[in-house]
Design a protein around this ligand. Structure first.
Ligand code: SF4
Length: 726
């Protein structure tokens, strides 16, 4: 008989509800959940084919089904019992801490984990082990949004919700391609356009994407010139009298200083830096300000933004500059308005909530604040949480490459594919004395470097929660048992912790720190950690969550959650005023030059997800794009002697890759686009030219935003040659 299990899609941050169909312990189908507010029954191509990723023959071929141990690097991994694997890991960690201190251990986790997994990992590092060396692959996609919100609004809290799309008069989509990266949100944008022909859509993107094709105004700015554009729009608003002086006076601080700074962003300067014509700049500013029809009340503007702003060496400034526009026009805290950063991964938000980053603590607490550290230590029942910030993503691998981090525990992410500057990452993985890979999939590139492999359960097999872009917490439920000996991630962490605690002299005498028997107990501890915080979810018990997903905050006594934040104009800063923060416009970290004259842009494709461990197992998802193509402007291809399908040899200061070239009118001359999904673990072996194919991150730079530490994955300077056939 067919069973139906309500759960959540494990791909993107839209967080669509799914109904999983299963029979006799096998997943047989999936449908969109009509009751889930994120998608109301719809699914995109990836979500609709989820059941195909759980076919038994797929499980057999691609899953990591038992713990494995390598006696030496390069040797074949051999099966071992779970008890042996857990003992080995606990003993290796204890020995590393004894010899080198807790900061010689690094935990690198993932926005694919459930909130309860994330919570357990964070407590393991900061509470049990005594190091802040835990960071997540969400650093690569969301940390600039976090830093931007905190700098301006005082808390890492996206203030808007999906319903605002239908209520906006202007949608300002910056550095995002929801048509491909957030397809179900894009359906809502299309619905809004049909329902309201007067809706204005502005898309800021160097490429003419499918999202840009829907726009009334496509601002094809030069890569990395976002700050000039946003400052230019603010300057226009000031000059034209389109700001909201009453809102600025009542609810913000820092306006005078910022106004002086944006004065340099004249229409001529914006043209020079961004390539945006003065008339388009003026139009964008007018639509954004919501004053299109003169004396009408100001019409609401919603910004939707993502990696184009975030994955930049100026990522935090980019985010703050966009939020400034909303504050300057009072476009926040009301239906249809607000700066709404979209999350890439299904639970990037959950990781932010539990503070599983090297510079954060539980429930949006700050690591730098001694009172916050003391609160978390008391909650966990440990004497202290260390004060020194840990290593953030790329920093962690730099520290391993330099020999400072000796043991790396990597869970549910694939840094040998997804981090920038792969030459550095591989040096780190080779130099680390002990590498643990905890993953559902055996074929991830990072697994080749592992001394110990721990099989993890995945979608359809796990219980817990995730939070989507609009702060909505949904249940994830198991429809079938995990295959082989795969375990839930929280359970693996808990079992290692129980073995490790007695081996750590400073923690051995404490009561057991990991008493959990299931995700609900972890959820309750996390819930308690949020009491009185901006994301208070003390009112959201497991039973309520079982009934329906809800948006935080949801404090005790408020069962329905909160759709929008800051409606009262009071922000999460000490004086309740939002802040205009000073900033100087600038460009990319690695400008093009005579040696590397082309701008490499990277991004997602519509039908694949990350490194394709899961989505790559579905044949129909390959129909959209079967190989990693380097898209270029036809004039550049002609100059380089390339025709469609010719192999191009692309080189940056860090490495080279080969990819077929194809002319595209979506790009300006001087730009090359490559998708992020391919790595050498997917293509394997060699191409027909004898040259090894590798992923785009052989080319990308580890340069990063100094505030958010998010790398500039979106841009690198490269050169391109035609690859000669033998
Ligand atoms: Fe899944 Fe995202 Fe598609 Fe929704 S939009 S079905 S969450 S991949």
């Amino acid at each position: 008989m067919t069973q139906h299990t309500r759960s959540t899609c494990p791909y993107c941050g839209v967080g669509c509800g799914v109904l999983i169909e299963s029979e006799a312990g096998r997943i047989t189908g999936v449908r969109g959940d009509p009751a889930h507010p994120a998608n109301l029954g719809r699914l995109c191509s990836k979500g609709a084919t989820l059941h195909l990723t759980a076919r038994p023959e797929v499980q057999e071929q691609v899953r990591l089904l038992q713990p494995l141990r390598r006696a030496a690097r390069g040797a074949a991994a051999q099966p071992i019992a779970w008890d042996t694997a857990l003992d080995t890991l606990a003993q290796r960690i204890a020995a590393t801490v004894r010899q080198h201190g807790p900061d010689a251990v690094g935990l690198y986790v993932s926005g694919q984990l459930l909130t309860e997994d994330y919570y357990a990992f964070n407590k393991f590092a900061k509470g049990l082990l005594g190091t802040n060396n835990i960071d997540t692959n969400s650093r690569l996609c969301m940390s600039s949004a976090v830093a931007g919100y905190k700098a301006t609004l005082g808390a890492d809290a996206p203030p808007a919700c999906y319903e605002d799309i239908a209520q906006a008069s202007t949608l300002f989509i910056a550095g995002a391609n929801p048509a491909w990266a957030h397809p179900i949100l894009f359906r809502r944008i299309e619905d809004a356009r049909r329902a309201n022909p007067a809706l204005k859509i502005i898309v800021c993107d160097p490429r003419r994407t499918d999202s840009a094709a829907l726009a009334d105004l496509h601002l094809a700015l030069r890569p990395g010139s976002d700050l000039w554009l946003l400052h230019g729009m603010l300057r226009c608003m000031v000059e034209q009298g389109w700001t909201d002086p009453a809102y600025i006076a009542a609810h913000t601080s820092g306006w005078t200083a910022l106004q002086a700074q944006v004065a340099q962003a004249t229409p001529e300067a914006v043209w020079q830096h961004c390539g945006i014509a003065p008339a388009d700049l003026l139009q964008a500013a007018r639509w954004f300000a919501g004053v299109e029809s003169g004396s009408d009340p100001r019409r609401p503007t919603l910004s939707l933004y993502c990696q184009g702003l975030n994955q930049s060496a100026r990522g935090t400034d980019n985010n703050a500059a966009l939020i400034h526009l909303h504050l300057a026009c009072g476009q926040i805290g009301k239906p249809g308005a607000g700066p709404f950063s979209l999350t890439g991964q299904p639970n990037a938000m959950g990781g932010r909530e539990v503070g599983a980053l090297a510079n954060q603590l539980s429930a949006h607490r700050n690591l730098a604040d001694p009172r916050h550290r003391a609160e978390v230590a008391a909650l966990w029942g440990v004497p202290e949480v260390p004060a020194a910030p840990g290593k953030a993503a790329v920093e962690m691998f730099e520290a391993a490459a330099e020999g400072h981090i000796k043991l790396l525990w990597i869970a549910c992410t694939n840094p040998a594919h997804s981090l920038p500057d792969q030459a550095l990452v591989r040096r780190a993985l080779q130099r680390a004395e002990f590498v643990v890979v905890q993953d559902a999939y055996a074929g991830v590139a990072t697994a080749r470097f592992a001394d110990l492999l721990l099989p993890a359960a995945t979608w359809g097999e796990k219980e817990g929660t995730v939070t989507n872009s609009e702060r909505r917490i949904s249940r994830v439920r198991a429809a079938v048992p995990a295959p082989g000996q795969a375990w839930a991630d929280w359970r693996i962490v808990t079992q290692v912790a129980r073995r490790l605690q007695p081996l750590l002299p400073q923690r051995a005498a404490l009561p057991g720190l990991f008493p959990y028997e299931g995700p609900e107990a972890i959820w309750n501890e996390h819930r308690e950690s949020t009491r009185g915080r901006d994301l208070d979810i003390t009112g959201l018990d497991w039973a309520l969550l079982e009934a329906a997903p809800r948006q935080w905050p949801c404090p005790t006594g408020q069962a329905e959650g909160t759709a929008r934040l800051y409606a009262d104009g009071r922000f999460a800063t000490a004086d309740a005023r939002a802040r205009f923060v000073p900033q100087q416009p600038g460009g990319v970290a690695e400008p093009t030059d005579a040696r590397y004259p082309l701008a490499l842009l990277t991004g997602r494709l519509r039908d694949q997800w990350h490194g394709m461990s899961r989505s790559g197992t579905v044949e129909s998802l390959w129909a959209h794009a079967g190989e990693p193509v380097a898209q270029m402007h036809a004039a550049d291809m002609a100059r380089l002697g390339l025709r469609d399908g010719d192999l191009a040899y692309l080189t940056s200061r860090r490495g080279s890759i080969v990819a077929p070239a194809r002319a595209s009118d979506e790009l300006a001359s001087g730009q090359v686009f490559l998708p992020m999904h391919w790595g050498d673990e997917v293509l394997g072996g060699a191409s027909s030219t004898g040259r090894r194919l590798a992923g785009v991150n052989a080319l990308t730079t580890a340069a990063r935003c100094p505030q958010s530490l998010q790398p500039e994955l979106k841009h690198a300077a490269i050169k391109v040659l035609k690859a000669e056939l033998p």
